[in-house]
Design a protein around this ligand. Structure first.
Ligand code: ZN
Length: 230
């Protein structure tokens, strides 16, 4: 079944999910923790729509090919076609803000990086992109005040703020649209802050997005499948 983006007020988006365009190393502290240089242009990759599952539901633990890392990221739902867009036009095309996990088979990725091979089997597999409902953009007008976090079993593990991004959202979207046309129903992941690590089987996860106004935002509690119970 094709994944359908939806809003927190229950409305569904009028297009099915398209591609998910992602950026690596968009927070300096995260680049450092994996011993990667800070890039001078955004490092882009794509997850297909088939990688998406609902973040609000139990997350399957795909542990059969080595360690799977969580990367908590701000997700943007695109509502207009963007090709070679200006930062202003790109920013105006965002219709929703949510959260996602960019699940990564870290052992597999390390082997691929070493050989200079593409990352897809480490990043684009089925279930590799748990995606939340989106806060409609009219409820989150101030990009500069967005903050998000991940708690695992009650312990804060990741915190991110849009102001800490190396490539700010309008610039990032404009750059993406120079390489790939963004279409209504596409989603953009904006990179992970520091604190990534292996996804623990059976863990309770809590995701919080503070979208600037008191009535908006997300507070999602979910859990990771216990691999032993399957
Ligand atoms: Zn990522």
């Amino acid at each position: 079944m094709r994944f359908a983006p939806r809003f927190t007020d229950g409305r569904s988006f009028d297009q099915p999910l398209g591609k998910i365009v992602c950026v690596g190393r968009n927070y300096a502290e995260h680049a450092k923790e994996l011993d990667n240089p800070v890039p001078s242009a955004p490092l882009l990759f794509i997850k297909p729509a088939t990688s998406a599952v609902m973040l609000e539901e139990t997350i399957a633990m795909p542990s059969e090919r080595g360690e799977v890392h969580f990367e908590t990221e701000l997700a943007l739902l695109i509502g207009e076609t963007l090709t070679g867009a200006s930062p202003q036009a790109a920013e105006a095309a965002v219709v929703g803000i949510g959260l996602a996990l960019d699940l990564t088979r870290r052992d597999v990725q390390a082997q691929l990086k070493e050989k200079g091979h593409p990352w897809e089997i480490a990043k684009a597999f089925d279930g590799a992109c748990p995606l939340s409902s989106f806060v409609a953009i009219e409820n989150a007008p101030d990009w500069s005040s967005l903050a998000f976090s991940l708690d695992i079993d009650g312990e804060r593990r990741q915190t991110g703020q849009t102001s800490d991004m190396l490539f700010q959202i309008p610039t990032l979207l404009a750059e993406m649209s120079r390489h790939f046309t963004l279409e209504p129903g596409d989603v953009v992941l904006t990179g992970t802050p520091a604190g990534v690590g292996p996804l623990p089987p059976g863990a309770e996860l809590r995701f919080i997005l503070e979208a600037g106004t008191s009535h908006a935002g997300l507070d999602i509690k979910t859990r990771v499948d216990d691999a032993h119970s399957r």
